[in-house]
Design a protein around this ligand. Structure first.
Ligand code: FAD
Ligand code: MLT
Ligand code: ZN
Length: 489
């Protein structure tokens, strides 16, 4: 989907077209190596195209500043000249928010990648926004701490990127949202001013908590350059168990029992339907399947704590109870680090496997737990009714519509895997999915944000008054709308 595929969207003529003197200015700020220009065969595809290969911009310039001051100089200049800018972290976002739509300049935070400080007593980590999440976690591991967020894109996404999207991930159940763990931010505002709350304390009730505005703001009101975050001690013992159950009702019952029996050591509770595992199997050819039999639903449970024997005993008792009652039909527990990683792969590789057949339409929603899976059923019915999906017919555009997600957080992922992106599929699913979610008082974005994909649908989750207040904030911080234009506001 290029901008041309959306005839209703036109480049805003108020934005300046990039000229040679602009590029010279930027070279003075960040040096020759900090500037990447499209030329000949170099089309900057890595920066213009998103992870799903669904959205493609036409930027001719990528800037890679190394310091906050350089970011400030760039934004001040862009604000004065009315040059549009897209902040970009690891470019793993899943709603088309991280790539340009037209010729916006890409401001990549990749080179702003240093750990600034770590306090061994409080567990407070301060780092640049461009530190890769996995690198931050490895750094913390050396000090006996853990990053309070984990997700499948950890090898590429940035600390600043996860804050900008308010990513949730696999352990939100244990460590809570970034709105709680982020203590302070350093943010460059569109006019080049630097808002610095990096020295914020755990408790500080002196006026508005301004950093919260930027958590989940998707690069629309400021560029995050630094993050201060409270990190918990790294658990000494991890267990992962993979279970098979008969129905979505059974998934919910196992969840209730897991909370009761595993209580403080429960750190993840993920569910997957059988179709999501069939897709993953095509992709994970060399990794042993967790269970030999097939089941309609699977559950991945992680426990983590400070005493392996204690955790093992608790998990064993829980499994005995749920299997004896017939609630859990089958299950395995990882016996070593390799098995543990393999079990996690069957969950973490679903996004990649859904995308591998050509493309994927992704819906990331919050719903009351009892209704969580009904969206997947409704979407399957809709796609079959419209003649867009038939498991026996490989000429149909849809390969499969699968459901999985973070049960512990009431967060479902509906992935519609397609052979190629098709307007017919999109029209069948949108606004159908958003109407369905709204009718159950859910949220059309649980953890991925709105970006470009859901720009026209915010009204399904937010009132006119809320949208008006958001627009006021946008106008206040970014009066020329230079930051991440054409996206959700
Ligand atoms: P990008 O994709 O580069 O940017 C995302 C948005 O943030 C864009 O709007 C961009 O403009 C803005 N932005 C980025 N950096 C900054 C900055 N420094 N300042 C201001 N704005 C900025 N998400 C979840 O919530 N849970 C998951 O479990 C999860 N798993 C994933 C698994 C895979 C395989 C993939 C590909 C993605 C997954 N995601 C998940 C999506 C998630 O949103 C991103 O992985 C991550 O949060 C984005 O970080 P990033 O650095 O790649 O940001
Ligand atoms: C996940 O939970 O795997 C992520 O949010 C990514 C995705 O759903 O694609
Ligand atoms: Zn997720």
């Amino acid at each position: 989907l290029t901008a041309e595929s959306y005839p209703s969207i036109l480049r805003n003529p108020n934005y300046k077209q990039l000229a040679a003197d602009d590029v010279s200015f930027f070279k003075n700020v960040v040096g020759e190596t900090g500037v990447l220009e499209a030329s000949g065969s170099e089309d900057l595809a890595l920066f213009n195209e998103d992870w799903m290969r669904k959205y493609k911009g036409q930027s001719k310039l990528v800037l890679r500043p190394k310091t906050t001051q350089q970011v400030a100089k760039i934004l001040r200049y862009c604000n004065e000249k009315k040059l549009a800018v897209v902040p970009q972290g690891g470019n793993t976002g899943l709603v088309g928010g991280s790539v340009p739509v037209f010729d916006e300049i890409v401001l990549s935070l990749t080179q702003l990648n240093k750990v600034r400080s770590f306090d061994e007593v409080s567990g407070i980590l301060k780092c640049d926004a461009g530190v890769i999440l996995e690198n931050a976690d490895n750094f913390l591991a050396d000090h006996g701490y853990i990053f309070p967020l984990d997700l499948g894109a950890k090898g590429s996404c940035h600390v600043g990127g996860v804050v900008a999207t308010n990513a949730g991930g696999l352990r939100l159940l244990r460590y809570g949202s970034l709105h709680g763990t982020v203590l302070g931010l350093e943010v460059v505002l569109p006019n080049g001013e630097v808002l610095n709350t990096m020295n914020a304390l755990r408790k500080d009730n002196t006026g508005y908590d301004l950093k919260q505005l930027f958590i989940g703001s998707e690069g629309t009101i400021g560029v995050i350059t630094g993050v201060s975050i409270l990190t918990p001690p790294r658990p000494k013992a991890f267990n992962v168990s993979f279970l098979g159950v008969e129905s979505y009702e059974a998934v919910q019952e196992v969840f209730v029992q897991a909370k009761q029996e595993l209580s403080e050591i429960l750190s993840a509770f993920e569910f997957m339907d059988s179709k999501s595992q069939e897709l993953t199997k095509l992709h994970l050819k060399d990794v042993a399947e967790p269970l030999t039999e097939k089941y309609p639903f699977y559950i991945l449970i992680e426990t983590s704590g400070s005493n392996k024997e204690h955790d093992d005993a608790k998990l064993e008792a829980f499994l005995e109870k749920t299997m004896e009652s017939g609630l859990v039909l089958d299950g395995v527990v990882a016996q070593d680090e390799t098995e543990l990683r393999n079990l996690w792969q069957w969950r973490e590789m679903i996004p990649e496997s859904s995308q591998a057949g050509g493309g994927v339409y992704k819906y990331d929603v919050s719903l009351p737990l009892k209704d969580l899976y009904s969206l997947v059923e409704a979407a399957n019915d809709k796609l079959s009714e419209k003649g867009l999906m038939d498991p026996e017919d490989a000429t149909k555009p849809v390969i499969s519509a699968v459901g999985y997600g973070h049960v512990g957080d009431g967060n479902l992922h509906l992935n519609v895997a397609v052979r190629e992106y098709s307007k017919d599929v999109e029209k069948a699913l949108e606004p159908f999915v958003y109407e369905f979610v709204s009718s159950k008082n859910g949220s059309i974005s649980a953890e991925h944000g709105l970006g470009f994909q859901k720009k026209n649908y915010i009204g399904y989750s937010k009132s006119d008054q809320e949208i008006k207040m958001m627009k006021n904030l946008k106008d206040n911080y970014d009066p020329h709308h230079i930051l991440n234009p054409y996206k959700f506001l």
